[in-house]
Design a protein around this ligand. Structure first.
Ligand code: ZN
Length: 101
């Protein structure tokens, strides 16, 4: 259960960043680490690939410093899911954290 919730948060976080720029697994691992998540390549890469299978991300291969790297960009569907999730997250935050205004 906890793992599913965390994967959900990570997925949203990935969508958020992929909506700003093309991301890589390495970038997301560092980014999530900064937010206090411990993520291994064994978690992040299957998650990215799964999100691509779901049509939320689209990957392209690029050459960087002579190495092939896979970058991910958000799709139209991903943007829809992100926008929808933002509303839900906002509602949820207001409810579980309380409206402190
Ligand atoms: Zn972030």
């Amino acid at each position: 259960m906890m793992r599913r919730i965390i994967l959900g948060f990570m997925g949203l976080h990935i969508l958020h960043h992929a909506s700003k720029e093309a991301i890589t697994g390495t970038f997301m691992m560092k980014e999530l680490e900064n937010h206090g998540y411990k993520v291994s390549p064994g978690t992040i890469y299957p998650l990215l690939q799964n999100m691509e299978k779901l049509g939320l991300l689209k990957s392209t291969w690029k050459i960087k410093d002579g190495r092939r790297i896979r970058t991910y960009q958000i799709t139209q569907e991903g943007i829809k899911v992100l926008e929808e999730s933002k509303k839900k997250v906002k509602e949820l935050c207001m409810e579980i954290l309380g409206d402190t205004k």
